[in-house]
Design a protein around this ligand. Sequence first.
Ligand code: SAM
Length: 212
Amino acid sequence: MQEFDRKAHWQNVYEHKEVTEVSWFQAKSALSLELIANSHLEPSAPIIDVGGGASVLVDQLLDQGYTNLTVLDISGAALAKSAKRLGEKAGAVNWLESDVTAFSPDSQVALWHDRAVFHFLTDAAERQRYVGALKKTLRLGGHLIIAAFAIGGPEKCSGLPIVQYDAAKLIAELGPEFRLLEERIEEHITPAQRVQKFAYFRFERIVENEIY
Ligand SMILES: C[S@@+](CC[C@H](N)C(=O)[O-])C[C@H]1O[C@@H](n2cnc3c(N)ncnc32)[C@H](O)[C@@H]1O
């Protein structure tokens, strides 16, 4: 059987679909912004949006005065769409074309945001690599926001199988170095007017990971 080419899948999505017609499109990242505000960061705090795609979260964070923003995505086409939308402001953002499961940071961040990316990792070894990258990247006392399809939500996203999460299941993946601070449910309305049940989690990194 041919191995799934994740990068090709996402490049194809962003090269052939309008960003406003993909099921995960949001005109405003309201709940993400609320949870980021609840993290009480300095405007200069480093923030990474993992699998940020063509999301407008980065635009809204720039508008709110955050100055140290990175958007990472496996699809260069997605990042190019965001950069084009931002125009001159794109120069203020660090764009990283990378698979998060193979990501190794140059420096640490104060906040890691992931909406609808971790849930694609159906293989335990991939999830371990993601958590390894997260632990290398997020500093002690930093905040982690993960949004995934909730239990009872959709079973696929972008035609791919996903894993649904509740707090207990996510905590089991992340391990004891993360303390859950907030959990929220969002009924996301897709451009096709379907309801998708998302669960959002905000954690604090509480234990230094000494061995990488
Ligand atoms: C469902 S979309 C969500 C996009 C964005 N977070 C949002 O909320 O609009 C999933 C995104 O994750 C990216 N992605 C999927 N697997 C990835 C991986 N292993 N590493 C980095 N990005 C990935 C895709 O290219 C896509 O942009």
